[in-house]
Design a protein. Structure first.
Length: 430
């Protein structure tokens, strides 16, 4: 599971509309947040977790769901089982742990400057967590932690590890980016590789691709793996991540990837910012030829953030409004009580317009300028890397300075919209 807030690209080569089979098991349009992770901890018990401490549990293999109170105040982004009874969950600046399969939870680590969002378990005892500052390792089921690799130690001022996955008990990969003023263009995109359970990491092959997030990382066996970038490009490795080849491409805004066989995979997308007159939506992508071609199933009005299959026939996706859908091979499209949101395909694209960010990366202020004629009437929204809206404001002057000293360091996306069009700008807070 990885964080992902991504600019809509609709890079659509080799994509067709799908007859994918999904059934709504839970949704609540009164809940404004999103579920970011769904995980099976055994054959019958699953957890789905997300914003504003939202936690749901199923004891019947995902057929029915109930909310429960963890007693915690956090946004959950990932969860993993360790051994027989231990669960580890992360969410932004907190790691929490349960020793009774989620009946009770306790805080084990907190860092105000971090944003933990991805977990990779290596056996029953060793576990790693990725975030904005780097990669952390525990060898005692999450009771104590040490820094295995840091952006600061590698010479970066800020950045993010967006995905983390192990091919076997020793070899693991992490993908991310780092920012420093002395780097040409400001950003390094990199893949890190470990051969000792995450104790040490070295830089791997440069993909030669322009990306900010790489949220989809999965292996089909100990040698063969796939990396799905935010821009829709899919890369394949057959040597545990030493070398990579471009496999194909599809829609952008990818949030997760799950291979369920050597040839078949599903990805989710969260189209959080649209350049048309419609609102956000999601997409379920599916391939049966290792990502060369893809089928597309839109989820109108509901961005999706995670896909998890327990086997080749049982899987789930989750997204906004606490949506939980289960794969069902006996139906076509989406069945069940799906909310009545309009499809974006019925809306024309908006025209472009002029708005500029005067300083990026930014620190204490976000400075905006527009040459729009007359009195500007521009709606401004700022989203963090996981899609959470952190600020909204109207711009009615040609130059606007927005206080931003309170925001944590890291990547953001600014969405500006008026009657003349819309624009998305990736930002970095230093």
């Amino acid at each position: 599971m990885k964080s992902a807030f991504l600019i809509i690209l609709y890079v659509a080569f080799f994509c067709t509309h799908a007859h994918s089979q999904w059934e709504v098991k839970y949704v609540d349009t009164n809940f404004p947040g999103s579920l970011h992770v769904i995980k099976a901890i055994n054959d019958s018990t699953l957890f789905a977790m997300g914003d504003a401490s939202a936690c749901f549990r199923s004891y019947d293999a995902g057929e029915s769901w109930e909310g429960f109170d963890t007693g915690l105040d956090m946004d959950f982004l990932d969860i993993e089982r360790l051994g027989d009874s231990v669960l580890l969950a992360v969410g932004r600046k907190q790691m929490v742990r349960s020793t009774d399969l989620g009946q009770s939870w306790s805080l084990v680590y907190s860092d105000e400057a971090e944003a933990f969002h991805a977990i990779a378990a290596v056996g029953d005892a060793v576990v790693l967590v990725a975030g904005y500052a780097g990669i952390y390792q525990s060898t005692d089921q999450g009771q104590s932690w040490q820094t295995a690799w840091s952006l600061e130690g590698a010479g970066y001022e800020t950045g993010e590890i967006s995905s983390l996955h192990f091919a076997d008990q020793q070899v693991g990969l992490a993908a991310g980016y780092g920012y420093a003023e002395d780097i040409p263009g400001g950003l390094d995109r990199f893949i890190l590789r470990t051969t000792d359970q995450g104790t040490s990491w070295v830089a791997g092959t440069d993909l030669g691709a322009d990306f900010l997030f790489a949220p989809g990382l999965d292996f089909t066996d100990t040698q063969t793996g796939y990396l799905h970038l935010d821009n829709g490009q899919l890369f394949k490795t057959t040597d545990q991540g030493i070398s990579w080849d471009l496999q194909g491409g599809n829609y952008g805004d990818v949030t997760d990837l799950n291979f369920i066989s050597p040839d078949r995979a599903f990805s989710t997308c969260a189209h959080l910012v649209f350049t048309g007159n419609s609102g956000p939506e999601g997409t379920i992508l599916s391939t049966t030829d290792q990502g060369v071609s893809w089928e597309v199933l839109p989820t109108p009005g509901i961005p999706l953030f995670d896909v998890d299959f327990q086997n080749d026939s049982t899987g789930f996706v989750v997204g906004k409004y606490a949506l939980i859908m289960k794969y069902n091979a006996d139906i076509e499209g989406i069945a069940g009580a799906y909310p009545d949101f309009p499809s974006s395909s019925s809306h024309p694209e908006a025209r472009g317009f002029s708005i500029e960010v005067l300083q990026n990366p930014f620190q204490d202020f976000i400075q905006l300028s527009t040459e729009q004629e007359g009195t500007p009437d521009i709606q401004i929204a700022l989203f963090d890397a996981t899609g959470r809206k952190v600020m909204a404001q109207q711009m009615s002057v040609r130059a606007l300075q927005i206080p931003a000293a309170h925001l944590p360091k890291g990547p953001y996306f600014l969405y500006a919209r008026s009657a003349d069009g819309a624009k998305v700008v990736p930002l970095i807070k230093m």
